[in-house]
Design a protein around this ligand. Structure first.
Ligand code: AMP
Length: 447
């Protein structure tokens, strides 16, 4: 029951209006500590109800008689526009019986309109780091009196190259009394560094480690011979699975466009969402999906970040995500708030080792599924190591090869391919949308 929390009655009224009955585990753990003013580091997956876990205590702090607003009192930073928009909606839903005002600052929106909104000084400012910093640099933003700073999806903000921007914004909120940091994963050295910089004596709440990921979601793999075969499997799945709404993930924009084109040609109601799409397209895609006009969304990771769409019960990884964390984020789109979901990854020869390393990371074994109507020849590696990775077949060197070796030593490396071949089984890294080799790059706008 939410009434167990020391929340203002107007907030409890909003909670009741939203038909939230039982708090989720992250809410149970975080709300009381956040209400005490503690700094928190919360590891909780998307879909766990973490937004309410920080929004309710923040609103409680801001409750009081209506007065002229002079300072921004809370800043909530998120990695993407969509996530920022969704958080604004959540804040508005919970604050519907109060006088608290929230504002949104993200890339892709009119700078001057945003500046005008800032002049009215919202109590809560929600935004993506890049544009917030631009507004700060333009002199439109004063964060000196901020009391609470929230970094949501902090791991993802770091992945997207926002580390410096986040640190700068956090320094601007130098007088703050409380910092709440949320991430879907426990993160790496970058996150630890950020935690050390921004949090003071934080309580670490590890709500669900990745191995408990999306309990309501079945996770399967289907092997495929090549991309064209993957397309056939995808068609079969979309035609035969029972689902309300589906999302198909690709690693590249080009592949997202290609699949989208195929689906539309088959008269599926689909939409594509990736970093090349402008803000209007993105809003339209999300609205249509939410309203049910569109059943299938084809998307890259960055574009789909933080999507919260009811009834999204099928996730297809056309391409395997490049890391366990990306997998967690993708699968977090389904099985939300206790609903059932199905996640299917299409695995070619080249995807196998990545898939098995994600299984190890999650401490899970995905269900192997064979669809006899579209069965190909590849069914996984002939032999696997204890790690689950494929045992590589070493080519025996012929006399000819040996001669060739000598030649190349004498002349120096001539074939770039053999010089640059990755040593490990891991696939070559590509950028989020697969267009350039992966470098930590700073996006011009948050996607
Ligand atoms: P989040 O993890 O914050 O993105 O929340 C995922 C979804 O669960 C959102 O649609 C929330 O509105 C919903 N939700 C959050 N908390 C609860 C709750 N206690 N009961 C029912 N739904 C909830």
């Amino acid at each position: 029951m939410f009434s167990q929390f020391a929340l203002h009655e107007r907030l409890l009224k909003a909670v009741a209006e939203l038909k939230f009955v039982e708090p989720t585990p992250v809410q149970l753990a975080a709300i009381p500590l956040a209400l005490q003013g503690r700094d928190l580091r919360v590891t909780a997956q998307t879909g766990s109800g973490k937004t309410a876990a920080f929004v309710l205590p923040i609103l409680n702090r801001l409750m009081g008689p209506a007065k002229v607003r002079v300072d921004i009192r809370v800043v909530i930073l998120l990695p993407t526009r969509e996530l920022a928009q969704q958080t604004l909606k959540e804040v508005e839903r919970f604050s519907q019986f109060t006088f608290i005002k929230a504002g949104l600052i993200t890339g892709g929106e009119d700078f001057k309109v945003q500046a005008a909104m800032l002049r009215k000084v919202p109590d809560i400012l929600i935004g993506t780091p890049g544009r917030l910093l631009e507004q700060l640099n333009a002199g439109n933003l004063d964060l000196k009196k901020v009391e609470v700073l929230v970094l949501d999806e902090a791991d993802r903000m770091l992945d997207m190259g926002f580390s410096e921007d986040v640190t700068r914004l956090s320094d601007e909120c130098g007088q703050r009394e409380q910092t709440l940091l949320f991430s879907a994963t426990t993160g790496g050295a970058g996150l630890r560094d950020m935690i050390g910089k921004v949090l003071k004596d934080p309580e670490h709440l590890l709500i669900n480690n990745v191995s408990q990921l999306a309990e309501g979601t079945r996770q399967q793999i289907v092997t495929a011979d090549h991309n064209v075969h993957k397309e056939q499997i995808l068609n079969w799945l979309l035609a035969n699975e029972t689902y309300q709404k589906a999302i198909v993930f690709t690693n590249t924009r080009a592949m997202a466009d290609r699949i989208y084109g195929r689906l539309v040609a088959q008269e599926y109601k689909a939409f594509v969402l990736h970093g090349d799409k402008d803000q209007k397209d993105r809003k339209l895609a999300i609205d249509r999906l939410k309203q049910g006009g569109v059943k299938i969304l084809v998307a890259t990771d960055v574009a789909a970040r933080g999507l919260d769409v009811d009834g999204l019960d099928l996730v297809v990884n056309f391409d395997m995500p490049r890391s366990g964390d990306d997998y967690v984020h993708r699968i977090g789109r389904t099985g939300r708030a206790g609903n059932e979901g199905l996640a299917i990854s299409l695995i070619c020869h080249g995807d196998w080792n990545l898939m098995s390393s994600i299984e190890r990371y999650l401490k899970q074994t995905f269900e192997r599924r064979v669809i006899k109507e579209v069965k190909g020849t590849y069914g996984g590696p002939k032999k696997v190591k204890a790690s689950g990775k494929a045992v590589g077949v070493k080519k025996k060197k012929t006399d000819k090869d040996k001669k060739g070796d000598k030649k190349s030593v004498a002349k120096g490396p001539t074939k770039r391919k053999s010089v640059n071949r990755p040593k490990s089984d891991a696939p070559a890294l590509v950028s989020q949308d697969g267009l350039a080799p992966l470098k930590r790059r700073k996006p011009a706008v948050s996607e």
